[in-house]
Design a protein around this ligand. Structure first.
Ligand code: AHR
Length: 510
């Protein structure tokens, strides 16, 4: 049995929980839009063609923000193709995913869907094949109240009120050779700065995201962030990070510890951004938008887009089926994001439906939850209030990739309106359970509200449309104790959420 002692120090407040950490991503890719969120004729579809079963699952998932329309797709997308009368919209070749884009779904449909889903939009502009002018046109169409050509076009298309989209991504993965319109860091940094300046002439309060590296392993990682921010530091608010995880060489121990990589990535980009800021003697801090993250089996065949003469409409692409182990990893990655909530102010799990997604659909049939749905839904619902860092002591576990690491990873949130304290924990040891003691220093725990666990068994089990739901959180009956200390046992390779009610709140929030 491993042991861990976690001390919840009331003074170790990280930041208010950024609700935008629980964002997701809808790209025109595979079946994410078409037959994912949008399927006219589906038995649950509404008058807009939005699947009601998917909308219900999106609400249950607790997603707060959704990034759109890509991804690689955005880098050759003409947003104008997707507005106006649907039967006049052109079909276009989507160069990113070698598919035919019908444009039946576009900006106005997305904004109607956003309203029904109860989420906030994050909009990406095309800085691959296009530039500042088209970005500003899109902004005018979306956010200007009326009286100009493009704003009036939106009103004619049925949206009288401006959309008021606040958070904008300036391109996507512009360092990647796979990106249509890839640029050097300096070229991109200048274009991002120029586009940001133009967009701010319309609205100085927009929040603008510059593209960071596509992943930590990019050969230009580090110098890319430095050079982009050297050009655009004063003009942007956030820099993006993207990371996808999968087991390499069947090394499940390292895979379970993927949050180590995420921690290091965030710390590295924070340091680079701060070093650029320090050189500029700037007091401004660049925040992080971790606007693509997830488990993705990139080596799997369905990740490969079609080729040659074949340009299918909404082909099934990147439809990973997730295991219980994948759910534990997703829970761990959310712990890393919460721990860094002083710098990560937005994040998007990629993606929302069908494409490396927590929600799957059958064409004309059911919508169902993947294993990774559950830790996301529970964290999004119960990580409320303020993030508290935890002092961690105890057993370590060995991984091939990250060396000796703490067997138990954890973070806590404190909601001073309800008096609820929630601890999210992962036992990353593959074989060994962990006995955890939580010192809730300064707060009197009056009640264990709920303790649920995902994993520990059936690590390779996957959900299907017909069930069963292998990663549905099950009660963990080991949680016990009160006053200033709580104990619980974590099964090996598992994610757990422990909800406590604390009566003496003053020291915690003071
Ligand atoms: O999410 C799938 C793809 O991964 C996105 O289109 C791209 O930005 C990233 O490489």
């Amino acid at each position: 049995m491993n042991t861990a002692r976690l001390t919840l120090d009331p003074r170790r407040r990280v930041a208010p929980v950024p609700r935008r950490l629980f964002g997701s991503f809808v790209e025109h890719l595979g079946r994410c839009v078409y037959t994912g969120i949008y399927e006219p004729g589906h038995p649950t579809a509404d008058a807009d063609g939005f699947r009601g079963d998917v909308l219900a699952l999106v609400r249950e998932l607790g997603v707060t923000t959704v990034r759109y329309p890509g991804g690689n797709f955005v880098s050759s997308y003409r947003w104008e193709d997707g507005v106006g009368p649907v039967d006049e919209r052109p079909a276009r070749l989507d160069l990113a995913w070698h598919s035919l884009e019908t444009n039946a779904f576009g900006l106005d449909e997305f904004m109607r869907w956003v309203g029904k889903a109860g989420v906030d939009p994050i909009m990406a502009v095309n800085l691959g094949t296009r530039g500042t002018a088209e970005a500003v046109d899109l902004l005018e169409y979306a956010n200007h109240r009326g009286g100009s050509h493009l704003a009036d076009q939106r009103r004619d298309n049925g949206a009288v009120d401006p959309y008021g989209i606040k958070l904008w991504c300036l391109g996507n993965e512009m360092d990647g050779p796979w990106q249509v319109g890839q640029r050097s860091a300096t070229e991109y940094g200048r274009l991002a700065a120029q586009t940001a300046k133009a967009m701010r002439r319309f609205d100085p309060d927009l929040e603008l995201v510059a593209c960071g590296s596509s992943h930590l392993g990019m050969p230009t990682f580090g110098s890319w962030e430095r050079d982009v921010l050297t050009e655009a530091y004063d003009d942007v608010d956030l820099i993006s990070l993207h990371a996808y995880y999968q087991p390499v060489d069947d090394d499940l121990a390292s895979f379970l510890a993927s949050a180590e990589d995420m921690d290091r990535y965030i710390d590295a980009v924070t340091a680079i951004a701060d070093s650029v800021g320090a050189i500029r003697r700037s007091t401004k801090k660049i925040m992080i938008a971790f606007d693509e993250w997830n488990v993705w089996y990139q080596s799997a065949a369905p990740s490969t887009p079609p080729s040659g003469e074949d340009w299918p409409v909404a082909p099934p692409l990147l439809e990973d089926h997730y295991s219980v182990a994948d759910a534990v990893v997703v829970g761990g990655l959310l712990i890393s994001l919460l721990r860094h909530s002083d710098r990560v102010s937005a994040a998007c799990q990629a993606q929302l439906v069908n494409v490396i997604a927590p929600i799957m659909t059958e064409v004309g049939g059911s919508a169902w939850r993947q294993t990774i749905f559950h830790p996301f839904a529970r964290t999004a619902r119960h990580a409320q209030g303020t993030v508290l860092d935890l002092l961690r002591e105890g057993s370590t576990t060995t991984t091939g990739r990250y060396g000796e690491i703490d067997a138990v990873d954890a973070v806590s949130t404190w909601d001073d309106t309800t008096g609820e304290m929630t601890v999210f924990l992962v036992n990353r040891a593959l074989e060994t359970p962990a006995e955890v003691t939580i010192d809730v220093a300064g707060a009197q725990v009056s009640d264990i509200i709920e303790c649920v666990t995902v994993g520990g068994t059936d690590l390779h089990a996957k959900n299907t449309a017909d069930g069963p739901d292998h990663a549905a959180p099950r009660p963990n009956g080991t949680a016990r104790g009160a006053d200033a200390s709580v104990q619980l046992t974590l099964p090996p390779a598992s994610w757990t959420m422990l909800r406590l009610r604390a009566t003496d709140t003053t020291p915690v929030i003071g």
